[in-house]
Design a protein around this ligand. Structure first.
Ligand SMILES: Cc1cc2nc3c(=O)[nH]c(=O)nc-3n(C[C@H](O)[C@H](O)[C@H](O)COP(=O)(O)OP(=O)(O)OC[C@H]3O[C@@H](n4cnc5c(N)ncnc54)[C@H](O)[C@@H]3O)c2cc1C
Length: 471
């Protein structure tokens, strides 16, 4: 082996590219290696094509509101599924091109191939060993599909293949109703496909709050067949693929497996690091440094299975890129947890989860959007938002919601949680009229009623007028 490199980045997804940005500022003695297509999971098969599909689906779905608005002719609209998918791919290609530009000037620093660890300071890349002072592992994750289901061939879809299809359905099953399953099932149903969705548990979209989960479940049941609480089994029948779940049976043309994602670590040689591995084959990783034990090895992004979200992967790549070349790793303060599911109404979770809070020390403020003025004007008056606050201090701890404009409400709530604001602090802030944020204010007022009173000379104590159109 020649003189060691300063670092090798394994994986050129979001985490790998974020690490690369930091590494390039500090050294020229690095490699980045990627197996399979470059361009990142997010741009190729993840966040971006899924949102392009969802936008088409929601645009088409809006026709159901037209009559009430006084707009005629909506029933004459049709979803041209092949055209919808062509647009998704065209946009996707553009997003991927942008991601490819991040690595196109790297020359010999960028290698295509599979990297495998030979130890904490040595990496094999397609048969050649490379000595290195540090290693950044950012190998991402892939869809989980039961081995036996692969026998259904190209009728067994995942998000890796869904957007590549020339057309879809007309009968389609989505197995798994976590964050990805909910987004995809609703989008396909809204495009006019006959969707049957299955999930083993009773919670959808990763929700923890039973009230918000009940709201989402009821709303989705208006748009698709939804079976919860039993495992789905598949078998070939003359008319297609039969999905059986408990006493429910549905025959479909295609199945989308949305049963979670597996970190890409099993072929990485993590056993050569000499640290304990959990049943998934993962070592313990410090979330503030991304370091594995006290080794010069850093594990970032979906591959560490801590928070498989784009902004977290970017942060983790940044941390790993800096720490891999530092004399001693810096402990970074991580951001307030924030996750958004692009269902309609949008689903989001902010801050602490309900199960991690002490019920005796927590108050919940709630609002239903059924009568909320602005939501009614837009025919988007569905959903619920719960905020959780500390009963003693009034400090906002977190929130879960399934609410119109949820992505924006969730960001406001995340800012408030990270700034350690109280319910009264928030009620002292301006709320315009008529906006969806007034719904959030109603939930905050509900929480405030359960907290020690704010001073009468404080505008935070200003209560609702009691007229839905005015709040
Ligand atoms: C359908 C879908 C929708 C999503 N929507 C959202 C969303 O709306 N918002 C959000 O925040 N997140 C979303 N996500 C999650 C987000 O896309 C991921 O969290 C993020 O892309 C993870 O980035 P990463 O860098 O960890 O991994 P990746 O981008 O997957 O990169 C890992 C790379 O490493 C390569 N690799 C693997 N093993 C090796 C090896 N041994 N040697 C060399 N290279 C290797 C892989 O081929 C890949 O190119 C979505 C994901 C999916 C699938």
């Amino acid at each position: 082996m020649s003189a060691p490199l300063d670092t090798i980045i394994i994986g050129a997804g979001t985490a790998g590219l974020a690490a690369l940005r930091e590494v390039r500022k500090r050294t020229n003695r690095y490699l980045i290696v990627n197996e399979g297509p470059w361009g990142t999971t997010c741009a190729r098969v993840g966040c971006m094509p899924s949102k392009a599909l969802i936008e088409a689906a929601n645009a088409f779905h809006r026709r159901h509101t037209f009559d009430e608005f006084g707009l005629r002719g909506g029933e004459g609209l049709a979803a041209d599924i092949p055209a919808v998918l062509r647009r998704v791919r065209a946009l996707r290609d553009d997003f991927v091109q942008g991601a490819l530009e991040a690595t196109e000037d790297l020359g010999g620093h960028a290698l295509s191939g599979r990297a495998t660890l030979l130890g904490p300071r040595s990496v094999d890349i397609d048969g050649t060993a490379h000595a290195t002072r540090s290693i950044i592992i950012a190998t991402g994750s892939r869809p989980r599909v039961p081995e036996a289901w692969l026998a259904f061939g190209d009728r067994m879809l995942t998000t890796d293949t869904l957007f590549e299809q020339p057309t879809l359905g007309p009968r389609i099953a989505v197995v798994g109703m976590g964050v990805i399953g909910v987004e995809i099932a609703q989008a396909l149903a809204r495009l006019g496909l006959e969707v049957a969705a299955f999930t083993t548990g009773h919670t959808l979209a990763g929700l923890h709050d039973p009230a918000i989960n009940a709201e989402l479940t009821a709303l989705l049941k208006q748009e698709m067949v939804l079976h919860t609480g039993a495992k789905a089994e598949l078998r070939e029948v003359p008319s297609g693929i039969e999905v059986q779940s408990g006493s429910n049976r549905v025959v479909v043309d295609q199945v989308v497996a949305a049963m979670g994602r597996t970190p890409n670590v099993e072929h990485l040689g993590l056993d050569t690091l000499g640290v304990p591995l959990d049943p998934r084959g993962l070592p313990a990783v410090d979330p503030q440094t991304l370091q594995v034990g006290n080794l010069p090895v850093f594990l970032a992004g979906d591959a560490n299975a801590q928070a498989p979200l784009l902004h977290e992967a970017a942060d983790e790549g940044h941390i790993a890129g800096m720490n891999a070349l530092a004399a001693a790793p810096t402990h970074f303060v991580r951001r307030t947890p924030l996750s958004i599911v692009f269902a309609d109404p949008q689903v989001a979770a902010v801050g602490q989860r309900l199960r991690d809070m002490e019920p005796a020390h927590t108050v919940t403020g709630t609002v239903g959007f059924g009568k909320q003025g602005r939501a009614r004007a837009a025919q988007r008056n569905q959903g619920r938002l719960n905020v959780y606050a500390h009963a003693g201090t009034g400090r906002l701890l977190g929130a879960e919601l399934c609410a119109p404009g949820g992505e924006h409400l969730a960001h406001l709530l995340a800012l408030a949680v990270q700034q350690k604001l109280t319910v009264h602090d928030l009620l002292g802030m301006p709320f315009y009229h008529p906006v969806l944020e007034e719904g959030l204010r109603t939930a905050l007022r509900d929480a405030a009623r359960q907290l020690p009173k704010a001073s009468d000379s404080d505008l935070a104590a200003c209560t609702a007028i009691g007229v839905p159109a005015l709040e």
